[in-house]
Write a protein that binds this ligand. Structure first.
Ligand code: PEP
Length: 250
């Protein structure tokens, strides 16, 4: 079974020397697991130097974030075209940590369409902050999805990768239950199909939140997902290699 694994390094590691070492281990892991498509999202400042030196095909690069405007007075931001020029083929949009810093559904809407327009794959993150018995989290996720796809032409809907990341499971002790993910995957597809048409049936859905080498296989086999977004475990060369090789054996 072909799986996608996004390695979100966040603001790590501290030096380019360490980044190169981590990348080397990531590259080896990706190249030895033929049915795993690894997407590495290093800090923007390390991106180009890692990507231009990579000549293989087993691995691709993502920006952790990019602005929807083509250029201008946006100190500290990078644009979609700058990300593409640095050899990114995808961009993470609406990660919970960006949303926590003020990114809103309206920003993600603009970013998704800006990415598609320039030929980058949007990796759109959605997920509720908390859960209660009353199931309000479904409505919360529905709003994020409806906004994210609002300006996407129907034919391009399947090009968007969705990552469901419940905020309470990011940086936590354990991931959410795979059966709950299965339920959420059905909900995500149904929401996009009901609102935007059949293209939603072909969406790729990933799970993110406290995935490591010990639980990745269970989530892929029982969570109805096409892959995983990995934070902490992606910056630990040993854990990440074990995770990729576990998925490679499926
Ligand atoms: C994340 O980066 O979104 C993430 C899921 O982090 P972690 O795997 O550390 O929970």
């Amino acid at each position: 079974m072909k799986s996608i694994v996004v390695a979100n390094w966040k603001m790590n590691p501290a030096t380019f020397k360490e980044a190169r070492k981590l990348f080397e281990a990531t590259r080896k892991a990706a190249e030895s697991a033929k049915n795993v498509a690894v997407i590495v999202a290093p800090p923007a400042i390390f991106l180009r130097e890692l990507s231009v030196g990579y000549k293989g095909k087993r691995l691709s690069f993502a920006a952790q974030n990019a602005h929807y405007e083509a250029g201008g007075a946006f100190t500290g931001e990078i644009s979609m075209s700058e990300a593409r020029d640095a050899k990114c083929s995808s961009v993470i949009i609406g990660h919970a940590e960006r949303r926590g810093m003020g990114e809103e559904n309206d920003d993600t809407r603009r970013k998704v369409v800006a990415a598609l327009t320039i030929g980058l794959t949007p990796v759109l993150c959605v997920g509720e902050r908390t859960r209660s018995q009353s199931g309000e989290h479904f409505e919360f996720v529905r709003e994020q999805l409806v906004a994210g796809f609002a300006d996407v032409p129907p034919a391009k809907i399947p090009r968007v990768i969705i990552v469901y990341e419940p905020v309470w499971a990011i940086g936590a002790e354990r991931p959410m239950n795979a059966r709950d993910m299965h339920e959420m995957a059905i909900f995500i597809r149904k929401t996009v199909v009901d609102r935007y048409g059949q293209g939603g049936m072909n969406l790729k859905i990933l799970y993110g939140g406290s995935i490591d080498e010990s639980n990745a296989e269970d989530m892929i086999q029982n969570g109805d997902v096409n892959g995983l977004l990995v934070g902490r475990a992606s910056t630990d060369a040993e854990k990440f290699s074990a995770l990729v090789s576990a998925l490679g054996a499926l």
